[in-house]
Design a protein around this ligand. Structure first.
Ligand SMILES: C[S@@+](CC[C@H](N)C(=O)[O-])C[C@H]1O[C@@H](n2cnc3c(N)ncnc32)[C@H](O)[C@@H]1O
Ligand code: SF4
Ligand code: SF4
Length: 371
């Protein structure tokens, strides 16, 4: 295998920090160990003495895509909420997130680009001195990318599950030509606005498993790092044809990815995370014995009705609503404490999603070797 040597690797390392709320390494080294001790103490008593480091915020439930695995799909039978937050409410929420001491906001959905005011929201995050991260399917980015040039977007994560047009449209329910145009637009944004990093995320299913090394090869041509995340089957009563089930294939692909990463290919995941894909897929979402989830301790989740939740999962209840309460009181409420106890015991739907498992892994190994 050809040895790659990407300057982008430095950026990957930084993204790990950005995603988890530290925008540069100096901050990590100075506050990291103290923060880790504070959270570990909080974990023992379920009561953090400090606020979350990052917020995941769903700015809409609407979507323009039809992904087979997502409950926001345009084909989903779940009703779309009419209760979407206004621009003012989103800005108020950003104020709350800043006031509680978080360092980054991850804008997600549904499809965030469907909001006309998204550039204004990104600009407001910048004004509040927070790191902005945008998760998007990119389908309408071609029309909108230039609006973000002056808005100081820190990071764009574009979900692009395949470079095979047929496979893409089966898995994502949308035309690949729009996704490709979105990808090219994200590169134009990166070139026009050097402070914006661009990453691709790939949701790994039975259909695209064998394509993963090719995806990495292709993305390396554009200096774009990739995050992999395993497909999660939410309804255990349904036949699940999307979960990879061939143990040999999974092992070979993961080993290839690990070797590619060793050789400098731009794969942003930790090795610990990638190595768990096999057990996760094959053994009914098994998590490692040593694993602790820090959702609700280091991060907070705000849905598109301004409900606050410990994490994305509906297995844990809403713990408050920002239309009625402030984030600080919700974060320190008895209800939130009770849910943290459940998280500590993994009394939840359990997951190995990028947005919570990678921060938790990095948090668990903070100060040690990050692999
Ligand atoms: C819900 S989407 C919202 C942002 C945007 N619409 C997008 O697709 O990137 C955020 C991420 O969740 C992933 N996702 C959705 N359903 C999933 C599932 N059942 N298992 C794993 N990841 C899933 C998507 O592929 C995407 O990367
Ligand atoms: S584009 Fe994103 S929100 Fe929409 S259906 Fe796909 S994964 Fe879900
Ligand atoms: S393991 Fe997943 S479902 Fe459980 S608390 Fe953590 S993020 Fe939520």
């Amino acid at each position: 295998m050809e040895k790659k040597n990407y300057s982008i690797l430095e950026k990957i390392d930084q993204l790990g920090l950005v995603l988890f709320g530290e925008s540069n390494k100096d901050i990590l080294h100075s506050v990291g160990p103290t923060y880790q001790t504070q959270v570990k103490n909080a974990f023992d008593i379920d009561r953090p003495s400090i606020g979350p480091k990052y917020a995941l915020m769903k700015v809409t439930n609407r979507c323009n895509s039809g992904c087979i695995y997502c409950n926001h799909s345009i084909y989903s039978t779940t009703p779309v909420s009419q209760n979407e937050p206004s621009t003012q409410e989103i800005k108020h929420t950003i104020d709350e997130v800043a006031n509680i001491g978080a360092l980054s906001i991850n804008l997600t959905g549904g499809e965030p680009l469907l909001r006309q005011d998204l550039p204004e929201i990104v600009q407001y995050i910048y004004e509040k001195n927070l790191v902005s991260i945008l998760l998007t399917n990119g389908l309408i980015l071609e029309k909108r990318w230039s609006e973000f040039i002056p808005k100081h977007l820190d990071c764009m994560l574009l979900t692009l599950d395949s470079f095979d047009p047929k496979l893409y449209s089966i898995q994502r329910g949308a035309d690949f030509s729009h996704a490709w145009a979105g990808f090219e637009s994200s590169l134009k944004l990166r070139d026009s606005s050097p402070s914006t990093s661009v990453f691709v995320t790939v949701t790994v299913t039975r259909s695209n498993l064998l394509e993963l090394p090719k995806i990495v090869e292709k993305l390396s041509e554009y200096d774009v790092p990739v995050w992999f995340s395993p497909y999660h089957h939410y309804n255990i009563n349904e036949v699940d044809e999307n979960t990879p089930s061939d143990s040999k294939e999974i092992e070979e692909v993961i080993n290839t990815l690990l070797a590619m990463q060793e050789n400098g290919y731009p794969i942003a995941n930790s090795q610990t995370y990638l190595k768990q894909f096999g057990p996760f897929f094959l053994k009914s979402a098994q998590l490692p014995d040593w694993y602790r989830c820090y959702a609700g301790y280091i991060g907070v989740y705000i849905d598109a009705e301004l409900n606050v939740r410990p994490c994305w999962s509906w297995s844990l209840p809403v713990v408050g609503n920002l239309r009625k309460q402030d984030l600080d009181s919700i974060w320190n409420s008895e209800l939130f404490y009770q849910q943290r106890k459940r998280i500590k015991n993994l009394d939840c739907s359990r997951c190995w999603l990028l947005c919570t498992a990678e921060p938790s892994i990095r948090f668990l190994v903070w100060g040690k070797n990050q692999s």
